[in-house]
Design a protein around this ligand. Structure first.
Ligand code: ZN
Length: 145
């Protein structure tokens, strides 16, 4: 008995099975590639956020600028919560002021008033636009430019 005779379907049968397995793997790879292309397009359209670190008013701030790459548009800017400069811990507002959970230092409520948070946002936006001069800002952010 030759090796070919030992195979129930012969060489032609084996080739057909191999071809079918290859076709199956190929179609699976194509489907996966299409899924990855869709995911990649979604990620390109999803707004991205850049976070900065600023020291202002004897505090540390982590303002964030959110932008849409496709539209070259800044959609959001936020000052973030003030952090204790010594502990780099986020302060919490107690109504009487801002307290550091680390060193327990109290700071007046005015450290994070609108003027302070606006100036932090302005600084973050300025940083962003320095590096991306081709970006526009959403109308509600124009006053922070
Ligand atoms: Zn502290």
């Amino acid at each position: 008995m030759t090796p070919a005779e030992a195979l129930p379907w012969g060489i032609a049968g084996l080739s057909a099975v191999a071809a079918a397995a290859y076709a199956f793997a190929y179609s699976r790879a194509c489907r996966r590639a299409a899924q990855l292309e869709v995911e990649s397009a979604r990620l390109r359209e999803e707004p991205k956020t850049n976070e900065y670190r600023l020291e202002r008013f004897d505090l540390v701030w982590y303002p964030a600028v959110t932008y849409a790459e496709r539209d070259k548009l800044v959609v959001k800017a936020a000052s973030g919560v003030p952090h204790c400069k010594a502990c780099v811990a986020p302060l919490s507002s107690s109504g009487k002021g801002w307290k550091c959970p680390g060193c327990q230092t109290m700071r007046p409520e005015t450290i994070a008033d609108t003027a302070a948070t606006d100036s932090v946002m302005k600084e973050a936006l300025r940083f962003f636009l320095q590096r991306r001069a081709d970006y526009r800002v959403a109308p509600e952010l124009e006053r922070f430019k």
